[in-house]
Design a protein around this ligand. Structure first.
Ligand code: FNR
Length: 418
């Protein structure tokens, strides 16, 4: 209600409220390359479109006259009571959206008591993000690297810097066919951004020293698919890699060996379920698998003793014409049967979307691009605005549906179209 009151008294929001207007404002605030990277999807964009279209199959079924004056958005996730069922998804390379990048996001998230999943490809080392928002709940997202020592080191740092869980992203063992990025020359690689976790890591630095000594053939030979190879060769043409730096963790120019080491470890197409068992030895933190979209995989995660599944298709950035996440959520929820929490993302743009995902079995709903757009438009205040608007709409939708608690949001609150 404070949002309405602010509106009535004439104070303007920090960022546009309508999701399309927010995206439009971000497009204006960003360079063409940065907007392409953030907004773009894989291939012809069919998964992105399908993610949105999947919401059209479900409608909220309002029930008035049920006294909804006292509403409570709190829920339980990973053994703790959370203020709301919203979570911020990990977004890498946010320095493209704003110089304060992950620091601004962490502060905004903490101010709203929304847990923040820090990306493996963040623009600041995880310790700096922890310092920026000391009270905030954080999860660390890991891209499983080809080096076990590096995985163990990153997980150990996440634990030491106060992260509550490790989110292992499984849909990026090869980088997707990102048409928009290919068209503009793969900005993240050309700028050397998004590798602050690595450059601030002692194990990584050791790998770089070894790489510099042996200095084998260019890693682009080994990298698949062609996208990455093309990106690197383009990067070499457009910006000499030895002249690239990152904001924190490494202020001096980034040596070529560091970029090559990063490329060596980043792509892990040989990863299997067996490898995941190692993570258990490295940490006692809960482990959540991100990028699960098949019910059989969700069941396997339960059987393997994982602590959560995160239903995601990476916001449609990896496969063109992939299954939309909302369409597979009910079956996954049935199979998981509340034994472990389910995080849901890909295509959530407002509170009604979050309501639908909760009704179909999500424990927590994660937000991706909308908060990046808020960041681009107005930094920390913009992130806060984007997230707060989703929460406000969720609260209102719950009340108008005649419900007062997140645990009451179920399939009876929806009507299936057709
Ligand atoms: C992502 N995503 C992502 N996921 C991940 O596990 N690690 C990462 O570093 C990133 N980086 C990233 C950057 C950008 C710019 C985007 C848009 C997305 C995927 C992200 O966590 C989430 O799954 C999707 O963004 C959810 O879809 P929506 O909300 O953007 O539609």
């Amino acid at each position: 209600s404070d949002i309405y009151r602010a509106g009535i008294t004439g104070s303007r929001p920090a960022a546009p409220v309508h999701p399309d207007a927010l995206e439009h404002a971000a497009r204006k605030a960003l360079s063409a390359e940065a907007f392409a990277y953030i907004a773009g999807g894989a291939g012809a964009g069919r998964t992105m479109a399908a993610n949105r279209a999947a919401f059209e199959r479900w409608q909220v079924w309002p029930r008035p006259l049920r006294d909804v004056s006292e509403r409570d958005l709190s829920t339980t996730f990973l053994g703790r009571t959370r203020h709301t069922p919203l979570l911020l998804a990990p977004l890498g390379v946010m320095e493209m959206a704003h110089a304060q990048a992950d620091l601004a996001v962490a502060r905004a998230a903490a101010s709203l008591a929304v847990p923040y999943t820090l990306s493996n490809q963040a623009s600041f080392p995880m310790e700096a993000v922890a310092d920026a928002a000391p009270g905030g709940a954080r999860l660390f997202q890991l891209y499983w690297s080809a080096s076990d020592e590096l995985n163990a080191s990153l997980i150990g740092r996440a634990e030491a810097s106060g992260c509550e869980a490790i989110v292992v992203t499984l849909d990026t063992h090869l980088l997707g066919w990102r048409t928009h990025d290919l068209d503009v020359g793969y900005l993240p690689f050309t700028r050397g951004l998004g590798i602050a976790q690595y450059t601030s890591d002692a194990v990584f630095q050791q790998l770089v020293r070894e790489r510099a000594r042996t200095s084998g053939p260019a890693p682009s030979v080994r990298m698949t698919p062609k996208t990455v190879a093309a990106g690197i060769s383009m990067a070499r043409k457009t910006a000499p890699i030895t002249g690239v730096g990152v904001r924190e963790g490494l202020r001096s120019p980034l040596p070529r060996a560091a970029v090559e080491t990063f490329l060596d470890v980043f792509s892990t197409p040989a990863l299997t379920w067996d490898d995941l068992a190692k993570a258990r030895e490295w940490t006692s933190l809960p482990i959540i698998l991100k990028g699960i979209v098949h019910p059989d995989d969700a069941l396997r995660a339960v059987d393997a003793g994982l602590d959560g599944v995160w239903v995601s298709n990476h916001g449609g950035r990896q496969i063109d014409a992939s299954v939309p996440t909302l369409a597979v959520l009910p079956e996954i929820a049935d199979r998981v049967a509340r034994r472990i929490p389910i995080v849901f993302d890909s295509g959530v743009r407002g509170g009604a979307d979050a309501f639908i995902a909760l009704a179909l079995g999500a424990t927590m709903v994660a937000l991706g691009r909308p908060y990046a757009y808020g960041l681009a438009v107005a930094g920390e205040a913009g992130v806060r605005e984007a997230v707060r608007n989703v929460l406000a709409e969720l609260d209102i939708t719950m009340g108008l549906a005649g419900l007062t608690a997140v645990s009451d949001i179920d399939r009876q609150a929806l009507r299936e179209v057709g």
